[in-house]
Design a protein around this ligand. Sequence first.
Ligand SMILES: Cc1cc2nc3c(=O)[nH]c(=O)nc-3n(C[C@H](O)[C@H](O)[C@H](O)COP(=O)(O)O)c2cc1C
Length: 376
Amino acid sequence: MKRFTAVILAVGLIFSLAACQNQDDEPPSVSTPSAENQEPAASAEPAEQDLTQSEIPETKSILIAYFSLGRNADSPKDIDASTSASLVMDGEEQMGTTEYVAHLIQDNVGGDLHSIQTLDPYSSDFDTVVDQNHEEQDAGTLPVLMTSDLDVSQYDIVFIGYPIWATSAPQAVFSFLSQYDLFGKTLIPFCTHDGYGAGSSYKDIADAVSGAREVLDGLAVEASDVPDSEETVAEWLRSIDIEQQSETANQSGETAITISIGDTVLDGVLYNTALANEIQQYFPLTISMTGFGGREYYGGVDFYLENAEGGQKNFENGDITYCQAHHNMAIFYAQTDDPDLSVEVIPIGKVTSDLGIFHELPGSVEITFALADSLI
Ligand SMILES: Cc1cc2nc3c(=O)[nH]c(=O)nc-3n(C[C@H](O)[C@H](O)[C@H](O)COP(=O)(O)O)c2cc1C
């Protein structure tokens, strides 16, 4: 086997964090309780972004992106599936080995398939592809991919599938990883090979997407075993607990979170909105929160957000909100006889556990928002 030169692509993610405002000077996220400072309910502006459950955009939480030579080579149909390890028959359909595994994953957990394809196809001659791959690996070339309308922002879990090429992944996979923003996502590699295993591919992929939320244990299937790998794939998915995640993730598109207050851990969800996804990138997030008006705990954050648009001047119990004007987050836990806010807040999620604890908290508490172990 020829020497493999590992190519590690650092994905540079730069966040411009503005300085934290002085919390001593920070007003609460809402109006003061004095009547003269309150806008009457009748004149409250209508909610511009009242994210009720039915309006939350539906998400497809799982993406299965894969590269297969059969999808990337000149005249792949000329290759005989019965003699080539690179093609598998799926019923009447002939498909790449890795592509077949991608379909098995989809059969188990749902999600969307995405074929990673280079603009310029590879040769259908094996030796030519081997040579070209070595050139690309040695030079760190990132082949240009076909344009695609793929929007990875709507996915929480991204499977990355590929054939092992010279003990790593084809460079086109690294093109994909560098082109799409996978920050904060759960990545799951899988590969097929001709007997030499996954090589350095898992590490190379993990290094190339250092901003990922986590990289789960991968699956490597020898090409000759692929046609009979249904149970292997299903067992692997069970072992990484992905079935349970996907079943519920597809139902709502919400992300399960925990809200920790001292020893108490409450459950909650983040909506699948651009703003909530942006805030999620700062999780685990601990905020010093102050009780206010018998209805909310609020506290300033030290990051600025790009997607804070719209808002509403009312709330529902359990709402977790972001307030652009006061640059803070709040948890609302009780309606009061004066529920109208003086500034707009944007719901980004909600507490789903019982809200009783908030009635017993001291004036100031540290509250930590974190991703739960599984997505719902
Ligand atoms: C350029 C090239 C390099 C390869 N290098 C390896 C390798 O290092 N180790 C290995 O076990 N298989 C290697 N293979 C075999 C493929 O990984 C294997 O046939 C794979 O299942 C093909 O998947 P696909 O049909 O989805 O493209 C290589 C194949 C090609 C074309």
